[in-house]
Design a protein around this ligand. Structure first.
Ligand SMILES: *[C@@H]1O[C@H](CO)[C@@H](O)[C@H](O)[C@H]1NC(C)=O
Length: 251
């Protein structure tokens, strides 16, 4: 971060476009144009928690029987139609006090699934929520204009479309032995959500599903991109490693 602020003064001497080209995105108010659509990015704990090697209190994978078994929120991301996205659009340091009334819901539905701290735009490192608000949330204006609105809006959209339920009802249940056709998973979501999601895999395992929205939160197709998934994918069941791992670490 020290190096970032050191780069700003010479950058200001250049044209705005040149500043963007050398990658100081978002450090200058108004430098990034308004976004085109939202993606609600959901993470599958069954896949991410399999990779957990160390446990810590901030990692929801380590909550033993209270660990998440549904898709949880990664973030609500403003995106451009060309496949790029704005980030860190203005200085707004995350303040947990602004969302104190939402913390129970956020711990449950928007937990961190990692131990490490997350990078923030201007202040170094912080909570996962700080990363999402500073990097993505600040770019969602004029639809969302403050931190509280970012989190309550995201929770509300998440509650409206229960992807875990959509998949379960179509027969795609968590399993450590089954493989499911990717096309079947996509169709199940299309049938309910009425738009095409994006599916992200880690090897053959589903790691994220993204739902896309117009600025008024009506569903729209995500960009047709090269998927990171093979034709047949898995939806791993959560394997509790947290309690045992932390107990053996303490022992
Ligand atoms: C999603 O649906 C499942 C049932 O399939 C339910 O257990 C869960 O509470 C629902 N999640 C949310 C966030 O409503």
């Amino acid at each position: 971060m020290a190096s970032l602020s050191a780069q700003i003064p010479p950058c200001l001497a250049l044209m705005m476009a040149a500043c963007l080209m050398i990658g100081i995105n978002g450090s200058i108010d108004g430098a990034q144009r308004e976004f085109d659509y939202f993606a609600l990015s959901l993470q599958w704990p069954g896949t991410i928690c399999h990779k957990t090697r160390h446990c810590c209190s901030s990692n929801a994978c380590c909550r033993g029987s209270n660990s998440p078994t549904e898709f949880t929120i990664h973030g609500l991301w403003p995106d451009y139609n060309d496949g790029t996205w704005p980030s860190c659009c203005y200085r707004s340091q995350f303040d947990v006090k602004e969302i104190s009334t939402l913390l129970d819901a956020l711990e449950k539905y928007w937990p961190s699934l990692y131990c490490g701290k997350s990078s923030t735009c201007f202040s170094g490192k912080g909570l996962f929520w700080a990363h999402e608000w500073e990097k993505h949330g600040t770019c969602s204006s004029p639809v969302i204009r403050d931190e509280y609105s970012y989190f309550i809006t995201t929770l509300n959209v998440y509650f409206k479309y229960n992807v875990t339920k959509i998949l379960n009802e179509a027969g795609y249940v968590p399993s450590n032995s089954e493989r499911y056709p990717l096309g079947g998973i996509v169709s199940a979501i299309e049938n309910s959500f009425r738009a095409t999601p994006e599916v992200i895999c880690s090897k053959e395992a589903v790691e994220e599903i993204r739902l896309c929205f117009f600025k008024d939160f009506k569903p729209r197709n995500c960009l047709a991109s090269k998927t990171s998934c093979p034709k047949y994918v898995s939806l791993p069941a959560y394997v509790s490693m947290g309690r045992e791992a932390s107990e053996s670490e303490m022992a």
